[in-house]
Design a protein. Sequence first.
Length: 398
Amino acid sequence: MPIRLARMNKKSTPVGFYSLRLHRLVFGAALVGNCWLCSMSVVAGSAAVDVDYSALNDSNFSRTEQGHEETIHLLGLGVMGAADLSKQQLKVALKFKQLYYDANQALDASYVLGDANWHGQIGSKILLDAAIKRDAYAVDPLEYKGKDIVGKNEFIARAGYGTREKLSLWIGGTEINQTHSAIEREILDFDQQEVFAEFIAQKGASFQHQLRVSNGERRYKTGVSSAGDFIDFDYRQYSYDLKWIKNTDNQFSLGIARFEREGEINSDTGVLWHAQWLRQLTAKVSLQLGYEVNEPAAGEEIEFPTELNDTSVALRWQVSPRWRIESHFAYSEQQYISQITQAERDEKWQRWRPLVLVYSGVKNFSVRLEAELYDRQSTLAFRDYEGEKINLMLSLHF
């Protein structure tokens, strides 16, 4: 069930694209947390447990011109389960995270991620869906020098008429609540409500069109940013998504949306989009390309870019039935408006995972090892940083 939520700025973009999560790569919280929620497929009537560890070395954790290194350790324990009961499907996942810092131990923190999805049906035509999601991450020192864990709770419910395999019409609503653990950043806490209507046309698993219209509002705790701007807003969004799977060798997806926002600072209209293409080059090698344009909202973060342009490439080689080798590269260009203390600027970052090694062993046991390099470049020296990261995940399905 794709979600498209608007998140606005003078030139901002809907939250539904979630690309800003990609740019919090200083903390494995977002990267490893989100990877876990989508990387482990749990089939009906099964369960899974995973344990992961990552170590990230940041060359300029202090975000100063002099630069001070820091090594961050992230431990995770996840449990997942799925069940089929007649026409009802339920999936539940929980992840417990613990952050440790070598030098800045006062920033040590723990938090929980979660995801629960229910798909139901009454008779042959009445469709029901509900989902609860919990996300959390530690903010980058560019935003806040102290300890701040952002928590985001999201509830989605919708009812439809039709069939999931062909045509269906849906109406539903979404509610999002975001909180900050640091008292100084509670001004960025918000509640967001949205109602939406969707029409989905699908041909088996090979072709899907989705039209969506949504209307909502976001209200911050004080309604005023740290700079004194009124950041509450109302919004409308119209989106179209296409998924096309010609065969296992050729797959394509495209999403485009137009948004309208009404607020003092969050007032604008615009278009955003994303595209992804997966091509099986040989029987064992596949290539995936992606591109996305996004514009974050004023108030979403203190340090917000006005526009993001992301490009990604992934190469996968299935060496044998049990072994797979992958390599990933991501490049982003970020545009920032002039603020009280910082000039207008363009910044670039690169994230390269030259080696991702995946082993799927006997008795549903799997191992995933990732090595990662990243680099951020800015016209402001204190915003430059680079680093290395190692992540290891062990999973067991039963």
